[in-house]
Write a protein that binds this ligand. Structure first.
Ligand code: RAM
Length: 353
C-alpha cells in the first residue's frame, strides 16, 4: 500500500471510530507523564483550564469539525472547560471583540484561526498580558502575537497537491485556470496561493495559465456569485481551484447545474460531507483536505500543555497530544499536523465530516 493510501485508510478508520463511538479516545491523557525533553516542566495538563476556540467564523462545517468534534473531545479528555465563540462573518477585525471578552472572562487558552495576520494582534497581546496562552490553528497571525501555531499541512504540500489535482482534471492540453479564495487577507489561503504560483512556474505546469484570483470571503452566496462571474468573464476557462471549504462547495453547487459542468474542472480543499454529491455527479473529480477534527484536537492539547507549563512553545519542545501521540514544536512555534489527502468518489463515503 502506498503512503497516501495508508494515510487515507488510517484517516477513514479514525473517522469511522469517531462516528461509531462519538468520542476520539478513551485514554486518560491527563495522567500521561511529561515526555522526555521538556526538562523540569510540569508533568500533566492542569485540570479545569478554560479553553476557548475562536474560528474565522462560526457555522462553517469545517470549524464545526475542528472545534466541536476535535477540540472539545481533547479538552474533555484533560478535564478542561471547552467553549467555541466567534463572528458569523469572516472579516479581518470581527474577532477583536471576542478576544477582549474571552480575556475578561479569564480564559486560560484562546485557540484562534486568524482572518488577518495583524488585525487581531493587539487584542491577543492584551489577552496574553492578562494570562492567556494563544494558540493559532488553521490560519496564523504574525508569530510574535501567539505562543504556538498548529499548521494543518505544509503550504508547499497543499499547493503541490492542488496544482496536481487541477492539472490531472484539466488534462494534458492545460489551459486557463482561476483561483476562488476565501477573504483577501486570510493568512492560510494567501500562503497557499503564493506556493501555487511557485508550482505553476515549474516546467511541468507550463500549460496551465493562472488568469485571476477572486475572493468569496468564505461566504456561500458571494463564492457562488464569484464562480458565476468567472464563467462569464473567462470563456476559455478550463479549471478553478478553490482552497476553501466554503468556496469549493459553493463553486461545485453553481457548476453542477450549469452548462459548464464537466467542461470547467473544479478542485480545492473541501469537506467530504459538503462535496460528496459533487464527486458523485461528476462535477468534481477529486479534492483534498486534512482531518479538521485532528487539527482542533492537536490545538487543544498544545494549549493545555502551554497553560500547564509543560512547554513554552520554543523549537524542540515535545509533548503528547492524547491519541495523536508525540509532537515536537518546530521553527517559529509551529506544530505540523501531517499531510493533506485526496478524496474521490471511490473513498468519499468512508468519511463523515
Ligand atoms: C475554510 C476556511 C479555513 C480553511 C478551509 C480549507 O473553511 O477558509 O480557514 O482552512 O476552508
Amino acid at each position: 500500500m502506498g503512503a497516501r493510501n495508508r494515510v487515507i485508510v488510517l484517516a477513514a478508520l479514525a473517522a469511522l471510530s469517531l462516528a461509531v463511538t462519538g468520542c476520539a479516545s478513551q485514554e486518560p491523557a491527563a495522567t500521561e507523564p511529561a515526555p522526555a525533553g521538556s526538562g523540569g516542566a510540569a508533568a500533566t495538563i492542569k485540570e479545569g483550564l478554560k479553553v476557548a476556540f475562536l474560528p474565522k467564523q462560526v457555522n462553517n462545517p469545517y470549524f464545526d469539525a475542528s472545534d466541536n468534534k476535535g477540540g472539545k473531545v481533547a479538552v474533555e479528555e484533560f478535564k478542561g472547560v471547552y467553549s467555541q465563540t466567534g463572528p458569523s462573518e469572516a472579516s479581518p477585525s470581527a474577532q477583536v471583540s471576542y478576544i477582549n471578552t474571552l480575556s475578561q472572562q479569564g480564559t486560560d487558552v484562546i485557540v484562534v484561526s486568524a482572518n488577518d495576520k495583524d488585525a487581531i494582534c493587539g487584542a491577543l497581546q492584551e489577552a496574553r498580558t492578562a494570562g492567556a496562552k494563544i494558540v493559532t490553528y488553521d490560519s496564523d497571525t504574525n508569530p510574535a502575537c501567539r505562543d504556538a501555531f498548529i499548521n494543518q499541512a505544509s503550504p508547499e504540500g497543499i499547493a503541490a497537491s492542488q496544482i496536481k489535482l487541477i492539472s490531472e482534471a484539466v488534462g494534458p492540453d492545460g489551459g486557463e485556470i482561476a483561483i476562488l479564495s476565501a477573504t483577501a487577507n486570510a493568512t492560510n489561503q494567501n500562503a497557499w496561493i503564493e506556493m501555487m504560483k511557485t508550482e505553476l512556474a515549474k516546467p511541468e505546469n507550463a500549460k496551465l495559465k493562472l488568469v485571476t484570483t477572486v475572493y468569496g470571503d468564505d461566504d456561500d452566496q458571494k463564492s457562488f456569485q464569484e464562480t458565476q462571474g468567472l464563467m462569464a468573464k473567462y470563456p476559455n476557462l478550463k479549471g478553478v481551484i478553490s482552497p476553501t471549504t466554503v468556496g469549493v462547495a459553493a463553486a461545485a453547487r453553481y457548476l453542477s447545474t450549469s452548462e459548464y459542468k464537466g467542461k470547467v474542472q473544479l478542485t480545492g480543499l473541501g469537506t467530504p460531507n459538503q462535496m460528496r454529491e459533487y464527486v458523485k455527479d461528476g462535477t468534481v473529480r477529486s479534492f483534498a483536505l486534512w482531518n479538521p477534527s485532528d487539527l482542533g484536537y492537536l490545538a487543544a492539547y498544545t494549549g493545555g500543555a502551554l497553560a500547564s507549563g509543560m512547554i513554552s512553545g520554543k523549537e524542540g519542545d515535545t509533548f503528547t497530544a492524547g491519541k495523536l501521540g508525540e509532537y515536537t514544536v518546530g521553527k517559529d512555534g509551529a506544530v505540523l499536523l501531517g499531510d493533506p489527502f485526496v478524496f474521490t468518489k471511490d473513498n468519499v463515503d468512508d468519511f463523515d465530516f
